[in-house]
Design a protein around this ligand. Sequence first.
Ligand code: FAD
Length: 530
Amino acid sequence: MQVDALIVGAGFSGMYQLLRLRDHLGMKALALEAADGVGGTWYWNRYPGARCDSESHSYQYFFDEDLVREWQWSERYPGQAEILRYLNHVADRYALRPDIRLKTRVTAARYDEPANRWLVETDTGERYSAQFLIAAVGGLSAANVPDIPGLPSFSGRWYHTGEWPHEGVDFTGKRVGLIGTGSTGIQCAPVIAQSAAHLTVFQRTANYSIPARNAPLDDAFRQYVREHVDEIRKVMHASTNGHPFLFADRSATATPPDERDAIYRAAWEKGGLRFRAAFKDLLVDQAANDTAAGFIKARIREVVKDPARAAILSDIDHPFAAKRPPIDTEYFETFNRDNVSLVDLRAAPIVEVVPEGIRTADALYPLDIIVFATGFDAMTGAFLKIAIEGRDGLTLQQAWRAGPRNCLGLQVPGFPNLFTITGPGSPSVLCNLPVAIEQHVDWVTDCIAWMRERGATRVEPAEEAVEQWLATVQAAADATLLPSVPHSWYLGANVPGKPRIFMPYAGGMARYRAICDDVAAQGYPGFVFD
Ligand code: FAD
């Protein structure tokens, strides 16, 4: 089948890209989606407690103010099912479904240079040909199950949170082991503990977490959102991470300790990701970060009654928010329950899975169910799972062997007319993603429109522009504490053999948008058209 543009993925990114190309540029565009429903992340991640950490009024599309005004979120942070309903509503409201092929995984895409077409293969056997290929495959969609010896021998059931069964998992009466204490593990532990006979949390890396303080939204707040769509959007566009709040213009180290403590206490009570915006220097100055880290560790020790457990949970080895900062609903409180235990894997690592459960260096933990909250092959995994072949037989795997290379996180040299949405080299996972997604999709759409106006049929970044951008991404990361965490998935450290490169652009969403806008306004310097 021949189309103008083929989009891979039908989550937030793919659906909006389809809408823009089809309805605004009048292109024949088609989205191919592996799942049997739209929604991406929120289709796959159905684990207990799955919830967004972005506040609901900001975790939505803003391209159509009527859509913002019509949709009523029920809670401060939307749960998985509600976001999935929202994305299905979007698919219906904009009549996207006829142009989405579900249960269709793209397996290969080859650039045919003489024809200037992408030839795309799928697991259904269908073949497509398109001038433009837009990979909207998601930065957190390739589930990562650690390669623990003996896992196939386990006599119980095991699940990865990112591929959760639609029928759910009944934990009643079961001994459950949870591996992973990142954002997902921290969300699901309290919920699993409520129904399991026993929950054992296997912790390798202790983590900070801020109380989410989730609550139902009242009519007054909903009314506020309806009446202030433009203002909310402006704040999100001006903010470092695309959230609907700005960083306070004050330094943690320059604030007297009593005052600083009061600010942290207020931020702790308010809850959520806003905590890290309490001071402007938390991610750039170790001494400033230490003040936040100390405050949170003290709260953990206050909440967790057993001093030994509190010590393990608060023995955190990295700066606050230098890894993805989790927010929670009663995570640390969960360790006060009688049916929950904590295993410190730094003291005694996992050795193997055996038929009865998990064996660490010093004990055997009998289990009926193992839950892997071990995250994703982030940012590059879903792109590299597709056999993408560009100009002169160059594969994406070869091009990215030493780490992802691209310009603005949008285009890879040697792969003409391929665009990546929220790929590495863009702010993506450091952001409230719908903001980053809308910006990327709009940039790609404008670029294609610009080409069509000028009769250009092909676009690709120049090597010098790529080198410059990689240096910019590195410099932005080096100006922060973010690359200082050797075990961070931002660096690819959770996937064996993955190059250790800090992948997202850490200079902030607002600055990134300004750079991209400038490139477009100047006629796309650094990109070659013909
Ligand atoms: P996805 O939603 O990942 O969609 C990509 C789609 O592409 C998927 O449906 C996938 O099936 C499909 N696909 C991939 N490869 C192929 C292929 N080869 N062929 C066909 N289809 C393919 N972001 C925030 O901003 N705030 C949060 O609080 C937040 N919480 C999160 C919590 C969890 C548990 C996870 C996993 C992610 C979270 N995110 C959060 C990030 C979230 O991924 C984004 O907000 C957003 O949903 C990304 O949309 P997307 O369309 O770019 O990617």
